[in-house]
Design a protein around this ligand. Structure first.
Ligand SMILES: Nc1ncnc2c1ncn2[C@@H]1O[C@H](COP(=O)(O)OP(=O)(O)OP(=O)(O)O)[C@@H](O)[C@H]1O
Ligand SMILES: [Mg+2]
Length: 227
């Protein structure tokens, strides 16, 4: 972009970055600065679509395998064109976090501001803003509420307080109302969701929901396979 300046101006004719084009980068930088610790680090960096396998046929029934195939398909569809809510449930180790991280990494690779957060860690991070003078709670809250793509992992692992319920309700409600692409993963059953917060449960009914019935992959695939 070239600014409209008089001929005599020292910056006449010089290209300068367009604020519109820079906006996503600035948003991503602000997010990375404040939510840096939620960045995809360590073992999470290995959780890509490429590394997600259909596992061995002996490990599971046809139904379990079909649920895994559907989860991968829906996750890839969501990653290709993030829209609405993708809700992944299933027992520990079935691959929910792996797919949520893979979706986030795919978005980040395309330059889309995306955030992967574990529900209890997010609530701690938000709470910590009340005691931290270097950050405003509202900025921190706004960043997670409005990020282009949010992966909220392990919903249900948070401690149950009125504040936690309110914040999670507000987060889900805002993102549903504004049609912001969101992935939610949880070990909870529909009943547990309904018991925890009927209004969150009701909003998640509109999501693309895949229940992964595949067994625990820990120690069977990837790094832990040989243990
Ligand atoms: N289909 C798969 N292909 C390759 N690796 C997998 C697959 N499923 C799970 N894994 C690996 O197994 C481990 C456990 O998976 P993950 O963390 O996604 O489980 P989870 O469903 O989130 O469990 P939890 O409910 O305990 O959080 C991770 O290291 C993940 O990369
Ligand atoms: Mg997990």
């Amino acid at each position: 972009m070239v600014a409209d300046l008089p001929l005599s101006h020292p910056a006449f004719g010089q290209a300068k970055p367009c604020p519109k084009c820079l906006a996503p980068t600035l948003k991503a930088k602000r997010l990375a600065k404040d939510y840096g610790k939620f960045g995809i680090t360590g073992i999470l960096t290995e959780m890509t679509f490429h590394a997600f396998t259909m596992r061995s046929a002996e490990e599971m029934s046809q139904g379990q395998r079909a649920s895994l195939e559907l989860a991968l398909l829906e996750a890839q569809t969501f990653a290709a064109a993030p829209r609405g809510f993708l809700f992944l449930t299933g027992n520990p180790g079935c691959g929910k976090t792996h797919l949520a991280v893979a979706i986030t990494q795919a978005a980040l690779d395309r330059g889309v501001p995306a955030l992967f957060v574990v529900a209890p860690d997010l609530l701690d991070h938000l709470r910590a803003a009340y005691d931290d003078e270097s950050v405003r709670f509202d900025d921190r809250w706004e960043a997670v509420r409005t990020v282009d793509l949010l992966a909220l992992d392990d919903f249900g692992a948070q401690s149950d307080t009125a504040w936690a319920r309110e914040k999670l309700y507000q987060l889900v409600n805002y993102r549903v109302n504004n049609d912001l692409p969101t992935v939610v993963t949880s070990n909870w059953t529909e009943r547990e969701f309904a018991q925890y917060h009927g209004r969150i449960a009701s909003r998640l009914k509109a999501a693309v929901h895949v229940h992964i019935s595949a067994p625990d992959a820990r120690g069977k695939v990837g790094r832990g396979a040989a243990l």
